[in-house]
Design a protein. Structure first.
Lengths: 543, 543
């Protein structure tokens, strides 16, 4: 019998480098910190299709270059919606007095996505406070054939949260009230505009956690999270929003309030309508309130950072940890050696373990620290003794946890410093999760500077990134549609967690058959016959 | 510090009565064992609306009285579908040679629901083996305007799985192949007709469990489970099928095969169409294959059976156990003193604890026996020392676990021996879960023999049962619509896990607003414009 080790012993067993703990701390870059969304790392250069970002030297602000209007950059035609008139503005002013925004400077932040890849030309932003106000607005827009762009925290990754032309921006920012919290069941009911981080604090003070957590939590709205079916860091443990959202209130395109805001874990009375709106990106209705199941707050969290000799061992380590960590496993992330080289080179972080072909970050969350430590210790002994893992370190205190997480979370930032980045967010069968990376290295040869793979292995989610010194149309042609076709052959998803929004809507057919697309279009036509809700998003341009 | 106790010590701490372990063993009654669905306890008298069961003395079989035809007992009018002709039978024979059943004796079992409350008059049962065959059949029926009743294991509780008139029965029984199982991720892909228990054995041999478990597991089909959004015993731990089902293959009313059978945990490419079919009871499409996420198999299971002095203490004990048992809590069931009196009186079971106003059954499932025992011990010490619990017993071995579970699971059987049973399956806000029981006792007075409450407290699911010596229309009038209206005032669900099927379709509006009903009807019209799929089910008769 191998003796069980508590974390303190584990720290001695593996090499813990103090330099890493300092070097790996998260330091938001000046641009992001100075401009907007302070809780997010700089998006500059780290875009989903960043070759479309305007990189001209002209700039409208001291901190970032101007983003070209979407309608000028993309082949997209304005649909025959009405144009907002003075009478419309007066009507809105009557519905929500004092909350009709037309100041271009204020509108700028809502017309441009946070990745700065798309830019709309909306002339009006509405800030309702209640579902009734949203209903009144949509009824009016429906009658007037005015297009509407629902907007939460505007933290989306695919250009889904900003207008393409002059759509009215309907912001949930002032719908930010908690409606109820049930201290026995952990059910939270709140308005759609509540910021995720504020909700997290609210429920954590009451002994629960939100079932989702995202890098954008300081800005994103729960309504937007649900509308985009956000994945995030707690997905492996608490699953999809399709399981944790208990009820929704949604305002339909014609202003009908659909009240399915129950707090029941079980309800089999008819079709589960709320599911339609989870992940529909505001194209089928505007989510105005959310009822969500919060799990109890774990009292102990551990993070292990390990080196593996190959991807087969990364997979076997995952199997082993599912067995031995069982119910306390809360994250299983991986990154390849190229990723580590980029974060150590560009961000001056220090690897806490010996150089390895692959690295794995494992997080446990449980209700009893000593039990979790014992499980983790036994797991580590098994994977070390069997050669699945060649080196590793474990952290339990908050600062070291963050430092280890930073090695994984800051890969995107390191990539953006490496040059021009081509980014793909794919779901693939776990056993083939990494195959595309060496395949692309061989295909691209010296045309690419780096081809790297990392992501949420536990969720089958690969972040595939390719860098080059500068944007190259030839390189892009070598990547697309090759990457999408490769993913389609594995029956994978060309958008694992980011959705389709505006920028990815035309790749839907790589992951869904024509019959599914047709049904989606029928659902859109049923729920929004005039197409006024978030037009030009989610579904491909043509039938 | 209170010392930690292992289960053996706990057994000594509490009173474990050997008599109980014997007395509480599950003994299927002769009727059920002799007739059909051997894995299920006898349904006789234990029906959702059992006053509708024919109790005439005439009988078509030696073991059960005949069930009156639904069309004779209920006010329902046949819709203008075509009648199956000889040419139709020949066409089906060409599609599935040798698998077109017209023998009335074989058809009998598929025309009557297992609760023996409804009976259709179908003349033909089809047994396709592939999705292509299902598509071919539906395309033909769609062209010919023939109504179709999809049928899995026929274990539904609300008359949803048998024909009302002469609908063609489309059985999934021969679609029973496992398509794939992924030993790293635990993803199972199989045909819709696989029996749940067989799937459980299959994945358990590979170190996983099915995320759902039901009393009917020996008969029910996974396709039917998904079509009815089955809840069951593992709901508290693994959540809803809306979260655990990864993909579906569905044949639409016109024969279109909708292939959304991916095995991806994350896929945000367009609307999540599979969600539409989960819980739609075969009215929107026929599920032909399922992809489902199986969690790792727990290596340790404990059950505690406790006595509580009041319902407030039942709730506080739940809060306490969520905190102290955390991630290993897998069931929290409760029953009142009347329930215990019924199971001890009618079934000669012995209560393992002192007489109490309420009893709680708590199950833990984890990956490490000694850790789970320690957590459970600490929890029990806390609830005992604080007076939330006044007595209790704990079991870890398989026989005693089953004996304790039997006290809870056999309540329904005891009720059926107590007289005529009026049954309701409600979801309610947890804090009000029991309020309706004393309310009804006061309302009904001596008209009722017993009014009892029990159920899945952890899921907010109350099983409310009223008994009387014989069926009484006056008592029924005192119960309905009172129970439904009371539930509606709490924003509860009048069908927590059983669905609506045929028998409950007219109570939908107690739990869903008119706007939701209208949208459901629109979805039905979109997906099945002729209404051939499982007609007379789920949605109310009139618009």
């Amino acid at each position: 019998m191998v003796p069980h080790l508590v974390p303190r012993q584990l720290v001695r067993l593996f090499r813990w480098q103090v330099a890493c703990a300092r070097g790996a701390s998260v330091q938001p870059r000046t641009w992001a910190a100075a401009c907007r969304i302070p809780s997010l790392l700089s998006p500059w250069g780290a875009t989903g299709t960043s070759h479309l970002v305007c990189r001209s030297s002209s700039s409208t602000s001291p901190c970032a270059p101007e983003v070209v209007l979407t309608q000028e950059r993309y082949p997209v035609t304005r649909l025959p919606f009405s144009v907002v008139s003075e009478e419309d503005l007066e009507a809105f002013e009557r519905i929500i007095p004092g909350r009709v925004v037309t100041d271009p400077e204020v509108l700028e932040a809502s017309n441009v996505d946070w990745l700065r890849t798309v830019r709309g030309g909306s002339k009006v932003l509405l800030r309702p406070r209640t579902s009734q106000e949203v209903a009144h607005i949509l009824r009016y827009c429906h009658e007037r054939n005015l297009a509407v762009n629902p907007q939460g925290g505007n933290t989306g990754m695919v250009g889904g949260s900003v207008p393409v032309f002059d759509e009215i921006i309907l912001s949930t920012a002032q719908m930010n009230q908690v409606i109820s919290f049930h201290s026995v069941s952990g059910t939270l009911v709140c308005q759609a505009g509540c910021v995720l981080e504020e909700l997290s604090h609210y429920v954590e003070e009451r002994g629960f956690v939100m079932p989702l957590d995202l890098g954008a939590k300081g800005s994103c709205h729960i309504g937007g999270n649900v509308a985009t079916n956000a994945g995030g860091l707690r997905f492996l443990r608490y699953g999809s929003l399709h399981g944790t959202v208990l009820g929704l209130e949604v305002v339909l395109a014609d202003g009908t309030i659909l009240n399915c805001l129950t707090s029941l874990r079980k309800d089999n009375t008819g079709y589960d309508l709320k599911q339609l709106f989870i992940g529909s990106e505001g194209t089928l209705g505007v989510i105005t309130a959310v009822s969500i199941q919060c799990p109890p707050k774990p009292t102990a969290v551990n993070v292990a950072f390990l080196g593996c000799p190959g991807f087969a061992e990364v997979l076997q380590t995952f199997s082993s940890c599912r067995g031995l960590l069982g119910e306390i496993l809360s994250a299983y992330e991986f990154m390849d050696a190229e990723c580590m080289r980029l974060v150590t080179h560009h961000l001056c972080l220090t690897s806490p373990v010996q150089e390895s072909p692959f690295y794995v970050l494992i997080e446990t969350s449980g209700s009893r620290a000593e039990h979790d430590a014992e499980k983790l210790s036994d797991f580590l002994e098994q994977v070390l003794s069997s050669g699945l893992v060649t080196d590793g370190t474990v952290a339990t205190d908050q600062m070291k946890l963050k430092a280890l997480w930073a090695l994984r979370e800051r890969i995107s930032e390191a990539l953006s410093q490496d040059g021009y980045v081509y980014k793909y967010d794919l779901s693939l069968p776990t056993e083939r999760l990494y195959d595309l990376v060496p395949d692309l290295r061989a295909r691209l040869g010296s045309r690419a500077k780096h081809v790297v793979g990392y992501g949420h292995l536990g969720d089958g989610n690969l972040h595939l990134n390719v860098t080059s010194e500068a944007f190259s149309p030839l390189l892009l042609d070598a990547l697309e549609p090759y990457v999408y076709e490769w993913t389609a052959r594995q029956r994978g998803s060309v958008s694992a967690e980011h959705g389709l929004g505006f920028r990815k809507r035309d790749v839907l057919s790589y992951s869904k058959p024509p019959e599914a697309l047709r049904l989606m279009q029928q659902l859109k036509a049923l729920l929004d016959p005039q197409g006024i809700l978030n037009p030009y998003k989610t579904l491909p341009a043509q039938a």
